[in-house]
Design a binder for this molecule. Sequence first.
Ligand code: AGP
Length: 595
Amino acid sequence: MCGIVGYTGIKNAKDIIINGLKTLEYRGYDSSGIAFVNEGKIEVYREVGRINALEQLVKDVQPAHIGMGHTRWATHGKPAKENSHPHTSTNRLITLVHNGVIENYLEIKNELLKKGYTFSSETDTEVVANLLEDEYKKTKDMKQAIINMMKRVHGSYALGILCADSSDTLYCAKNKTPMLAGVGEGFNMIGSDAMAMIKETNKFIEINDLEFLVVSDKNIEIYDQDGNAIKRDSFTSNVNANDISLGTYDHYMLKEINEQPTVIRTLLKEYLDNGKTKIDSQILSEIKNADRLYIVASGTSMHAGYVGKYLIEELASIPVEVHIGSEFGYHLPLISKKPLFIFITQSGETADSRVALQLVKKHGYKSLTITNVAGSTLSREADYTLLLHAGPEIAVASTKAYVAQVTLLALIANELASNKLDLNLELSKVATSIEDIISRKDQIRKIVTDRIVYSRNAFYIGRNLDYYVALEAALKLKEISYIQTEGFASGELKHGTIALIEDETPVLAIISQKHIALNTRSAIQEVRAREAMTTIISMEHVANDDDNFIVSDTHELLAPLAMVVVTQLIAYYAALAKGYDIDKPRNLAKSVTVE
Ligand code: AGP
């Protein structure tokens, strides 16, 4: 979480950093701050709230040519000015911004307190600032001070650092938290992701864990933690600055929901050729040779994994297990003889999934990352990558990435099943069905205002594939409308949870699968008998005339792709009606880069 961007060069650092922070706001947005060097002096500005507040604060600051900014997602200490970054060391020699968690900060803090260092925040970051100052005072050499600091500190960090004695240089250190260098003519940058720098450059240099950089306007030097210089070529990113603009939409979430038919069609072009799957043959043979697939993911990506499991098992009869990233990383279940591990992650940066990947690698197993971000950490660290080609997803609530993940898993499942389905045709039907749902979004908005928005809690129910959609639907509704929502297997309600059904409790049923449609309708009767406010979202071939929203038919196995869109729009309109910040819901961040 947290976003960092730094700049040194000919232009006004302030504008570039503020713009960069705005694109990074998705990583955390409870407070922000910026440091500039002006006439050799480091000035620090911090503000609670969104980047706009910081922008106001620094509007009259004179132009500077070097600086760094930070947008925060609080880990240690509440969102308050004193906990915002940048943090400055006791004698103001070091100023730094940090993304990550320093595990042994208390131990280091106690040592530094004894030496007379002072602390004005509750953060782990301020400890690193003082530790660096202590090391710098001993060595009078910033490189050596960083080396010593990296050997002392345990945990995850991307650090942007300024030293008062070398104020024309930006330093940066990285371990287990994303950070990239941006390469320009007459300037250089550091940033948490390419999007933060894309308006200035499309040339980047990767930074590996336990490396640090010395960045001036002309040079980027890379070192390992022993101080050995490393040579690494830059790469050109195909991220386009226009992909991250809002266009005519009010919110990124709505824009991204609307992009879903295009995402499906793009994936068809990328991965299908005349009905044949165009997936790297090595990857295909790894998947085909596996006796069991293990999908590891978090949140929405995990929900896509459940649908993938269903499709692969149903179409290709290959067993698939789905695991929560944060659980899997610390307990390996019994593993089959020839496993393949599939990490599904929109961002490619989720720390929980990364810990799991490291465990898998430690045991020598092969891994495939399915991600939307080329060059992301999980992509680099797995043996293979398949890209989602969904374009940047900015809204914290994931929508088009889910649709891309399920589409790609469907393509894989079908290839494993020797192309039983004509996916060109069937996925095109899905794209059309989604377009039809979007064209009727006012109907969904009315359902929300009439039946959902004023409730404190709600339930989504469904069975089999519909249950997996219910899980994702519930996550979407709760994360942006703050209505406490649970997704339930409809048959499971009566085993306890039905006790929560009261007069007018919204229960939304997903019905798209013929063989269990009547079972879910029975569950609806049960909750109706307890005065629940039921809403039925069904697919044409299993619909009753009086269902509340009917989705045009797709192949049943692909129904989640269309059904989920209704629930995305329900969440969107619920948050809109409540006047919440749809793209940046409270307490959340887009990339969850801390465990
Ligand atoms: C859902 O809307 C969330 N943004 C969240 O659950 C997300 O899917 C999860 O944090 C995993 O992220 P990833 O796909 O980038 O790994």
